[in-house]
Design a protein around this ligand. Structure first.
Ligand code: B4P
Length: 190
């Protein structure tokens, strides 16, 4: 199986590149952000709790997102592989993902990290906020909180995969197609 973690700060282009990668490699796209927004749209208890945190740019508790990913892995048993988009976002999530995959005799093939500076992230997210109405993209303070959460809780996840020799860094500034080609070069070596 080909199991790719797409990593990077909010607005780095993980969702954008995932859409192209699932077509190219026929992988299942697992975006915890999309799954949480789905729960919010359906008005579930989980979604109502998650919304309070997401609207303030704060990460949702580990056990919630780990449970969602576990269910999705079980629901896609015949898959050729997965793109993990926005997950794992903490070291505890990365450890849980390794355990989940281990129990199925699978493992992460590679982590691809998109590198984008804070000014560009803020610019992209504010633009998306105007176009999509996403509440967590509308307010510069919330965007800065998300970047702060990323630096505090998510950036250490890169070391987790560096220690396993699975970390690859890609410049996330440039055209969507050029970045996509750079990611494919990494994946084709897996
Ligand atoms: P996510 O939904 O994961 O969203 P994101 O990090 O903001 O976006 P992404 O990096 O995918 O950006 P995109 O491609 O869309 O998370 C939202 C919230 O959910 C989190 O803050 C958290 O509260 C919660 N959450 C999610 N997962 C969690 C977890 N595992 N644990 C705990 N909490 C969790 O790109 C952004 C914009 O840039 C788009 O408008 C796009 O068009 C543009 N863009 C993309 N590539 C570009 C390029 N090359 N040049 C110019 N613009 C580009």
């Amino acid at each position: 199986m080909l199991n790719i973690v797409l990593f990077g700060p909010p607005g780095a282009g993980k969702g954008t590149q995932s859409q192209k990668l699932i077509d190219q490699y026929q992988l299942i796209h697992l975006s915890t952000g999309d799954l949480l927004r789905g729960e919010i749209a359906q008005g579930t208890a989980l979604g109502l709790e998650a919304k309070k945190l997401m609207d303030h740019g704060i990460l949702v508790p580990d056990e919630v997102v780990i449970g969602m990913i576990s269910n999705k892995l079980d629901a896609n048993k015949g898959a050729k592989g997965f793109i993990f988009d926005g997950f794992p976002r903490t070291v505890a999530q990365a450890e849980a993902l390794d355990q989940l995959l281990n129990s199925k005799n699978e493992a992460i093939s590679s982590m691809v990290a998109l590198e984008v500076n804070d000014d560009e992230l803020e610019h992209r997210l504010l633009l998306r906020g105007k176009e999509s109405g996403r509440p967590d993209d509308a307010n510069p303070e919330v965007i800065r909180k998300r970047i702060h959460e990323y630096n505090n809780k998510t950036a250490p996840v890169a070391h987790f995969y560096q220690n396993q020799n699975k970390f690859k860094s890609i410049n996330g500034i440039g055209s969507v197609d050029d970045i996509f080609q750079a990611i494919c070069k990494v994946i084709d070596l897996c």
